[in-house]
Design a binder for this molecule. Structure first.
Ligand code: PLP
Ligand code: ZN
Length: 389
C-alpha cells in the first residue's frame, strides 16, 4: 500500500507546506493545516472494491491517510466500529430511521483513539519522541496509550475535574500527568509553555495536522458501512470539532475518488447549554466563535470554550444545510438511562447529547421522521462513572 499524501494546505489562506517535517499551524496566518492527497492519481489505483479484503480497522483507508511507511503505523485496533439500527430509541424520539455508530468500542473506549493513532503514527514517522497535549479527558488517555505502544514519552495537562478513568489511563500507560486548576484552555497554555521549555511536540486538537485524518475515517466508514450512500443527517457532539470537520473532509475526498455522489448529509453540531460557543456563533451568523465564559458541563469532551477550528465547524454545518443546537446536562443524564433501557448501550454523556439533539431537531421540524439519521456515540459511559449521578 502507498499513501497518496501530497502536502499540507492552510484551510484559511491556502498556503502550501511540506508534509515531511513536523508542523503545527499555518506559519503565515496561524490557522489550521489539512493534509492533501493526490486524489486524481489515487482514484486510478485505490478502489472501493479493494476494501472488503482488508482488516476491519481505520488503516484500511491507508492510501488516504498521512503515514508514508506502513511500518510506522501505531495501532491498538482502532476504527471500523459498527453502526446499529436503533428502532426502539427511534420511535421514542420520533424517528422512523435512527442509527447509532458506537465509537465506545474503540481502544481506550472513545473515538479519540482514531485521531491519536494517526497523530502518533505520523509523529513516529517524523522522528518525534516526546508528545504533549492539553485534554478534557479522553484524548489524553488515547495519547498516553498510543505513545506507550510506540515507545514514546507522553505529557498530559488535564483539568483536575476530568473523569477519573482518563487520569488513570494516562498513569497506567506511563504518561506524565499534570492536573490543572482551570479549563482545557488553561491547560493548553501550560502545555504550549512546557513544549517550548523542554522540547515537546504539542498535538492539541487541530493544532497539528494529523489527528483530523484519523477522525475523518468515521466518514469513510459511514459511507462504506451504509453501502456508499450517506445518511440524510449526522448528529455530532461538538467540542474542538475535529470529528465533524474530519467527516466533512472525508465526504469531499470520497466524491473526488468517485466513491460517492455529491449528496451530503446535513451536519448537526450539538453542544452543552453551558458551553455553546459554536451554537452562539451559528445563530449570530458569525464566521468565528467568541470564547465561552465559565464553561460547565459534565460532558467533558464538549467542555471546550474556544475551538481553533471554529470557522471550519461553522462552515461544514452551514454548507451542509444543518444547524447547531444545545442540550442540557439533565437531558443528557436522562438520555443515558433511556438509551440503556431501550437499546442496551451504555453511552457517554456526549453520545447521549446527540440523541437529545435528534429529539429536538425532529420536534422543531429540522429533521423529518422518515429521514435516515445517524447519531455518533463518541465514547463509552464506563469512562464517566464518577461523573454520573
Ligand atoms: C466522548 C467525546 N465526545 C466528543 C468530544 C468532542 O470531540 P471533537 O473535538 O471532535 O469535537 C470529545 C472530546 O474530548 C469526547 O471525548
Ligand atoms: Zn494560512
Amino acid at each position: 500500500m502507498r499513501s497518496y499524501l501530497k502536502n499540507l494546505e492552510c484551510t484559511y489562506c491556502n498556503e502550501i507546506f511540506s508534509a515531511d517535517q513536523p508542523r503545527r499551524l499555518c506559519e503565515k496566518c496561524g490557522k489550521v493545516l489539512y493534509p492533501r492527497y493526490d486524489i486524481k492519481e489515487a482514484s486510478k489505483y485505490f478502489t472501493k472494491d479493494m476494501l472488503p479484503a482488508r482488516a476491519p480497522n481505520m488503516w484500511r483507508y491507508f492510501e488516504m491517510l498521512p503515514v508514508r511507511d506502513e511500518s510506522n503505523i501505531v495501532t491498538l485496533g482502532e476504527g471500523f466500529t459498527p453502526i446499529f439500527e436503533t428502532r426502539r430509541l427511534g420511535s421514542e424520539l420520533g424517528s422512523e430511521s435512527l442509527m447509532l455508530k458506537d465509537e465506545g468500542l474503540n481502544p481506550t473506549a472513545s473515538f479519540k483513539a482514531r485521531g491519536l493513532s494517526a497523530a502518533v503514527s505520523k509523529a513516529k514517522e517524523l522522528g518525534l519522541r516526546k508528545l504533549t497535549m492539553p485534554s478534557a479527558g479522553n484524548a489524553a488517555g488515547a495519547m498516553a496509550s498510543y505513545a506507550a505502544r510506540a515507545g514514546m514519552e507522553a505529557f498530559v495537562f488535564m483539568p483536575q475535574d476530568a473523569p477519573e478513568a482518563n487520569q488513570k489511563e494516562v498513569s497506567v500507560s506511563g504518561g506524565n500527568l499534570f492536573l490543572i486548576d482551570g479549563l482545557i484552555s488553561d491547560a493548553g497554555v501550560i502545555s504550549r509553555e512546557k513544549a517550548a521549555e523542554i522540547g515537546l511536540f504539542d498535538v492539541s486538537t487541530l493544532q497539528e495536522p494529523y489527528r483530523v485524518e484519523g477522525k475523518k475515517t468515521m466518514g469513510y466508514e459511514i459511507a462504506e458501512q451504509l453501502g456508499w450512500e450517506l445518511p440524510d443527517n449526522i448528529i455530532y457532539p461538538t467540542g474542538g470539532g475535529t470529528g465533524i470537520v474530519g467527516m466533512w473532509k472525508a465526504f469531499q475526498e470520497m466524491e473526488e475518488l468517485e466513491w460517492i455522489s455529491s449528496k451530503r448529509p446535513k451536519m448537526f453540531a450539538v453542544q452543552a447549554e453551558n458551553c455553546a460557543p459554536i451554537v452562539r456563533a451559528f445563530e449570530n451568523g458569525e464566521e468565528f466563535a467568541q470564547p465561552w465564559e465559565n464553561a460547565t458541563t459534565l460532558a467533558a469532551g464538549m467542555r471546550v470554550p474556544s475551538a481553533i477550528g471554529d470557522y471550519l465547524i461553522l462552515k461544514a454545518v452551514r454548507d451542509s444545510g444543518g444547524s447547531a443546537i444545545t442540550v442540557s446536562d439533565d437531558e443528557m443524564i436522562n438520555m443515558i438511562d433511556l438509551i440503556g433501557k431501550l437499546e442496551g448501550f451504555f453511552v457517554c454523556p456526549e453520545g447521549a447529547a446527540t440523541a437529545c439533539g435528534a429529539k429536538k431537531l425532529i420536534e422543531n421540524g429540522s429533521i423529518d421522521p422518515s429521514e435516515k439519521t445517524l447519531l455518533l456515540n463518541t465514547g463509552s459511559g464506563l469512562k464517566y462513572l464518577d461523573m454520573l449521578p
